[in-house]
Design a protein around this ligand. Structure first.
Ligand code: SAM
Length: 212
């Protein structure tokens, strides 16, 4: 089932890419990547046998030539097999753990959709010399997701996307402010919590978001 989130991920994939979909679960992203012609080749992986079997079943039903592999993160990939890695629907910390592999350096593009800790993923990219080429927002089921496209060498990759401001940005920032405000309200009940650096950081983040 293709929703706006999966659509936005696909939109970042360069035509003709060889893609590894890590944590493919149902396999919908992998299937649509091949069906749409965006990817010339996809390896769909998952660490857990339940989702892996579901992906295999859906891929077989779609009659597409997608390789499936059961295994942890990038451990089941060899350097040079793909040029693009997609990791979607996982926590930011787990995404960073998965990316800590020599295989990451062998690809040209990373497309990441963390469920949380987006700043951690951005810091990982910066610390490992990846360039954030574009960020998009997509709303599905009432939730706004952030999708990051990062490249190792912006000059060597001809990107099919260009930086633009998502029409969802205002709504996304409002949701973020509301979420942070709830944390602040909770912390405000304790004088000790108010005195913490975290309290000041959240307050500063709210102020900064309000100015956007
Ligand atoms: C919430 S699903 C997301 C599925 C799909 N990528 C999407 O965005 O719709 C996360 C999937 O990642 C898998 N997963 C978790 N840790 C993993 C790892 N280290 N390596 C590969 N797959 C993993 C889980 O089994 C699960 O199927």
């Amino acid at each position: 089932m293709i929703d706006n989130r999966i659509g936005a991920i696909i939109n970042f994939v360069r035509r003709g890419s060889k893609v590894a979909d890590i944590g493919a679960d149902h396999g919908y992203l992998a299937i649509e990547l091949v069906k749409s012609g965006r990817a010339s080749f996809v390896i769909a992986t998952d660490k857990n046998s339940g989702p892996f079997d579901a992906a295999k079943k859906n891929i077989a039903a779609a009659g597409l030539n997608i390789e499936t592999r059961l295994g942890d993160g990038l451990k089941i990939l060899r350097e040079g097999e793909v040029d693009t890695i997609c990791i979607a629907g996982m926590g930011g910390s787990l995404i960073c753990e998965i990316l800590d592999s020599p295989v990451t350096n062998s690809v040209e593009q990373l497309i990441l959709q963390p469920m949380n800790a987006v700043e951690k993923v951005c810091a990982w990219l910066k610390n490992n010399s990846w360039f954030i080429a574009d960020v998009d927002l997509a709303e599905a089921g009432g939730i706004i997701y952030e999708i990051i496209s990062a490249v190792k060498n912006p000059a060597a990759v001809s990107l099919q996307t260009k930086k633009s401001v998502s029409p969802l940005l205002e709504k996304f920032n409002a949701q973020k402010i509301a979420k942070l405000q709830r944390v602040l309200d909770e912390m405000s009940k304790s004088p000790a919590a108010i005195a913490t650096e975290k309290f000041a950081q959240i307050q500063a983040e709210i102020n900064s978001l309000k100015q956007k």
